[in-house]
Design a protein around this ligand. Structure first.
Ligand SMILES: Nc1ncnc2c1ncn2[C@@H]1O[C@H](COP(=O)(O)OP(=O)(O)OP(=O)(O)O)[C@@H](O)[C@H]1O
Ligand code: SF4
Ligand SMILES: [Mg+2]
Length: 380
């Protein structure tokens, strides 16, 4: 853990709803090192977008009752709105989930890119300077040149034409490339990519992901990559955080997670990855718990094939199951991965060891469902 660009510690995010307080994010911790691509993986509704919007400061309706978000060591939750705004775009940038809603339909691509260049890294209130700048033909020409150059970098073949186009005139793949161009315009040090490409067909998605991979590699940008697909996370990331119902249930370097998947939810996700021999997996039966009335113990218990009565009551805090591997499940022993859970460790909940581990050897790997290399399916 040399030099983290982003550290999220014990983050809780709540919303007030008609049915009461929705405790969506429940004490998550993760770190992204400089130059690293980390993935946050989990099914729809598990809290991926809420997590990243909290990092970006884009959730005015949420409360953060506890937790820390440190960007380059600075506690961003203690900054004013204007200070956070000035870091958005310039320092951290985000590719939003839906290309159609994140582009303004009544402005051309060029107008939107020029806006980004004008606003980035500036305090919101400096209007007089903005007006002066907007009137300056020199900076306008420079912004235009920079925007068209960036459209070329995302491999748009007629960048001048796209610069003058409205979003509706572009294909889905082209819109996604425009979003990547906008996110990278000011060379951010951290890029958050929220499911880029899921609105696209598989071939176009693969091309967009390859392009994104190349661009961030060239720039040495740190990336937080959001996806519901462990197969995609395996291709793009150095480290994976598996999220279920607002908690991180397993985290490990990518190769380690696939060699030795531990949490029953991770194993269920792995079984859902389509392979050539088994086709599309069955997925995991059941639903996420109600965030306004979450279980006191394991949030996955209702869907877990290994659940024991104790799982419903006792909170499965993340345990260190290897030098750089943490899992939050009572089937695994190990010291608490976070100091704040040390008091819980005193009352060991014994539900035995994972049935797939012969002799209870946690590090042994066992019969991993992610090991699909035999049929050449997703092992790339
Ligand atoms: N502004 C809000 N007010 C109340 N609840 C919210 C709000 N935003 C999100 N939620 C709830 O938080 C939960 C997590 O939502 P989130 O958008 O983070 O899921 P996700 O993991 O990004 O899913 P997807 O893969 O579909 O994008 C959902 O139950 C959602 O309804
Ligand atoms: S703590 Fe119990 S219910 Fe939760 S994932 Fe582990 S075995 Fe399943
Ligand atoms: Mg989302």
């Amino acid at each position: 853990m040399a030099d983290p660009i982003l550290e999220v510690k014990n983050l809780h995010v709540h919303f007030e709803t008609h049915d009461g307080t929705a405790e969506v994010i429940n004490g998550i911790d993760f770190t992204i090192e400089r130059g690293e691509t980390a993935a946050l993986v989990g099914e729809t509704g598990c809290g991926k977008s809420v997590t990243v919007k909290s990092i970006m400061g884009l959730l005015p309706s949420a409360t953060i009752p506890e937790g820390e978000i440190r960007y380059k060591g600075e506690d961003v939750l203690s900054l004013s709105d204007a200070e956070r705004h000035s870091r958005r775009g310039k320092e951290m940038s985000m590719i939003m989930q839906d290309p159609m809603t994140s582009l303004n339909p009544v402005l051309t691509v060029g107008e939107q890119m020029m806006d980004v260049l004008k606003w980035q890294g500036r305090p919101r209130l400096s209007l007089s300077k903005l007006v002066r700048d907007a009137l300056s033909t020199g900076s306008k020409a420079e912004y235009r040149r920079r925007a068209i150059e960036m459209l070329g970098e995302v491999e748009i073949s007629a960048p001048e034409r796209v610069f003058e186009s409205y979003p509706v005139e572009l294909s889905g793949g082209m819109r996604q490339r425009v979003l990547i161009a906008i996110a990278l315009l000011s060379e951010p040090d951290l890029l958050i990519a929220d499911e880029p490409g899921t609105a696209l067909d598989v071939t176009t998605e693969a091309k967009v992901l390859d392009l994104l991979d190349e661009l961030v590699e060239e720039r040495d940008t740190s990336v937080l990559y959001i996806t519901h697909d462990l197969g995609v996370a395996r291709e793009v990331s150095d480290r994976i955080n598996v999220m279920y119902a607002g908690e991180i249930v397993e985290q490990a370097p990518t190769a380690d997670l696939f060699a030795n998947p531990q949490h029953p939810y991770t194993r269920g996700l792995l079984e859902s990855i389509p392979t050539l021999s088994t086709g599309i997996g069955d997925g995991i039966e059941g639903h996420l718990p109600d965030y306004t009335d979450p279980p006191a113990g394991c949030r996955f218990a209702d869907r877990c094939p290994h659940a024991e009565p104790a799982c419903y009551d006792a909170y499965p805090y993340p345990r260190q199951t290897g030098p750089d591997h943490a899992t939050a499940c009572h089937l695994f022993s190990g010291t608490p991965a976070r100091e704040r859970h040390e008091s819980l460790a005193a009352e060991r909940v014994d539900i035995g060891t994972a049935p797939w581990l012969a002799g209870g050897d946690v590090a042994g790997g066992g019969d991993a469902p992610g090991d699909v290399s035999a049929d050449g399916g997703t092992d790339q």
